[in-house]
Ligand binder design. Structure first.
Ligand code: M6R
Length: 598
């Protein structure tokens, strides 16, 4: 995990630029932060601290520097502390390094380096890289980094400074994201382009196995043997405003409110040409692999793909994928990841490719690792998502899965194009449907106030809304810290019912389809145990009022599309419950936006 930023210029604004950009990466980790600068006299100055970037900022002196690196941490090795915070320095105090990733062989390297007299000040895996480069250094920083990289096992994006080389930086990437940018002779490096949107639109997304030398306003790209590589510049058109809060108290709320437009953008961006490689009639099945919220979107996709295309569909949690047997080659493998950087999903993708499967990535982030490793990519076009809790990207993921399922269904002769057209025009109404739900935020707030003291909660649903129950519960536990579990409603009587009493609220998700009667009976079972029920159901459902007064109504939609409006309610419910509990909504404890460790 972690976010890193680097800056090389002939100006004196490195401190400000590094901290400003780092702040935009805070979603990648926020347990400690640090900055290293080469000051006007060519001295390396390092400041680091456990805690937030803001608290680091308060302790920094006035300092004029043109070159520097910065880091925001999510601890993997070594507790969050001042000493374990990055940047790490070598024994001479002249070299500083920031690292995102994990050095798998750090114990052996540390022992070897300590044997050679190196003295370590942290418990991190990252510090070994600084000492390893020091060990290889004899005046040429680029050569020293090259030598050190040959000894590392694991994943890394690193930025290295040396006070013998003011105005220079070396960057390298292996399995952890790193982008470079350039504007008016200033050079930037960061884990993610959103950090740099205020400064540049032109980016190089470094590939695995590349080193970059940033010097004199230029970027030279090499492979790990220092053979020069031609850079591939790409333009990112997201605006800085897209990555800011725009008047909302939290990114999460802003992102919830963006959904009418992100759903619209997603539908607009759908281009059948992107699927010209896919032969739906030759497929025998579909496998979808993902983690967290993306996994829940995949589960919705399973029902939808089966319903529209008739293709048997399996969904696997990415971290479990490698333990399942290979499927035949005519199974389409879909990997869903908002960030495109989730280590578990990338590992599963690599495994699928090794097994010979054709792979399709569904992601939000252009240039992310998944887009370079999968055979094909479909983008969500949802704009940057900063809140740790995924919201707008979940609805975009399921919209893409509806579109894909319809497209395959028509080509497989499973549904007529008129029927697909009808579903599509219902999908096009979703931005309006979502707007109507957003206009009922006050009702959600009132219910959330009643939930704020709950020690635990259940979410129940059936069929296409079983995943909605899982996702609702994930949102609730992740940001409000209330223990919440999602269940297929029929499962309650097989155990969980034992836990129900007047202190355990149950969110019941109802749809006006073949599941309705059974869901209503399940609600009855819950009420009979005195558990309070919050029902989310379609407008016009009066039956449910016999069981509870806490009802959130969504406008009539095709039942199979109901996970879209329901997601908006469960997101708002989690948001307002967390807000009433005073939780740090955008940055829940122990979590990070991009989970780049397995
Ligand atoms: O970037 P990804 O979609 O691959 O991320 C997967 C999960 O880490 C992510 O969905 C996580 O569960 C979210 N915090 C949920 O809100």
């Amino acid at each position: 995990m972690c976010g890193i930023v680097g800056y090389v210029s002939s100006n004196t604004d490195a401190k400000e630029i590094l901290l400003d950009s780092l702040k935009r990466l805070e979603y990648r980790g926020y347990d400690s932060a640090g900055v290293a600068l080469i000051d006007g006299e060519g001295r390396l100055q390092v400041f680091k601290k456990a805690g937030s970037i803001d608290s680091l900022k308060e302790t920094l002196p006035e300092i004029k520097a043109g070159t520097g690196i910065s880091h925001t941490r999510w601890a993997t090795h070594g507790v969050p502390s001042d000493l374990n915070a990055h940047p790490h320095v070598d024994c001479t105090g002249k070299l500083a390094l920031v690292h995102n990733g994990i050095v798998e062989n750090y114990r052996a390297l540390r022992e070897e380096l300590e044997g050679k007299g190196h003295s370590f000040s942290s418990k991190t895996d990252s510090e070994v890289i600084a000492h390893l480069i020091e060990e290889m250094y004899s005046g040429d920083l680029l050569e020293a980094v090259k030598g050190a990289l040959k000894r590392l096992k694991g994943s890394f994006a690193i930025l290295v400074l040396h006070s013998d080389h003011p105005g220079e930086m070396v960057a390298a990437r292996q399995e952890s994201p790193l982008v470079l940018g350039k504007r008016f002779g200033k050079i930037f490096a960061a884990s993610d382009p959103t950090a740099l949107l205020a400064y540049t639109e032109e980016f190089i997304f470094m590939d695995d196995g590349q080193i970059a030398h940033l010097k004199g306003g230029n970027i030279t790209l090499y492979d790990f043997d220092l053979k020069e590589v031609k850079p591939n510049w790409q333009r990112i058109t997201w605006s800085v405003k897209d990555a800011e809060k725009g008047g909302f108290e939290h990114f999460m709320l802003k992102e919830i409110y963006e959904q009418p437009s992100t759903i619209h953008q997603c539908l607009q961006g759908w281009d059948e040409e992107d699927l010209s490689w896919l032969r739906p009639r030759s497929l025998t099945s579909v496998n979808i692999v993902a983690c967290g919220t993306s996994y829940h979107a995949a589960l919705v996709g399973k029902y939808v793909i089966q319903a529209f295309s008739g293709l048997p569909t399996q969904v696997e949690t990415a971290s479990e994928y490698r333990y399942s047997p290979p499927t035949d080659y005519s199974s389409l493998h879909i990997f869903i990841s908002q960030s495109g950087e989730t280590a578990d999903t990338l590992a599963a993708l690599r495994e699928a490719r090794k097994r010979g499967n054709e792979t399709l990535a569904i992601t939000n982030v252009m240039g992310s690792t998944i887009t370079r490793e999968a055979h094909h990519t479909i983008y969500l076009r949802a704009g940057p998502e900063i809140g740790v809790a995924a919201t707008k990207t979940f609805t975009s993921q399921i919209i893409i899965l509806y579109l894909l399922a319809l497209w395959m269904g028509v080509r497989r002769g499973r549904i007529l194009s008129e029927e697909a057209g009808r579903v599509l025009s219902e999908l096009k109404k979703m931005p309006r449907v979502v707007e109507r739900i957003l206009s009922r935020e006050e009702e959600v707030k009132a219910i959330a106030e009643g939930l704020k003291g709950a020690p635990s909660m259940f979410y129940i649903g059936r069929y296409v809304n079983y995943p909605s129950a899982l996702e609702g519960a994930l949102k609730m536990k992740e940001i409000s810290y209330i223990h919440a579990e999602g269940y297929p409603a029929g499962e309650l009587k097989h155990g969980p019912l034992a836990l129900l009493d007047e202190n355990l609220p149950v969110v019941a998700i109802l749809t006006s389809d073949h599941t309705y009667e059974k869901m209503l009976s399940n609600v009855g079972e819950v009420v009979a145990r005195n558990a309070p029920v919050v029902a989310i159901t379609e407008e016009g459902d009066d039956e449910v009022l016999k069981y509870t007064e806490d009802v959130l109504y969504y406008p009539p939609v095709m039942p199979i599309l109901s996970p879209v409006p329901i997601a908006i309610y469960t997101q708002l419910l989690a948001y307002w419950t967390a807000k009433f509990r005073g939780c740090p909504i955008d940055k829940p404890r122990n979590l990070a936006k991009s989970v780049t460790v397995e």
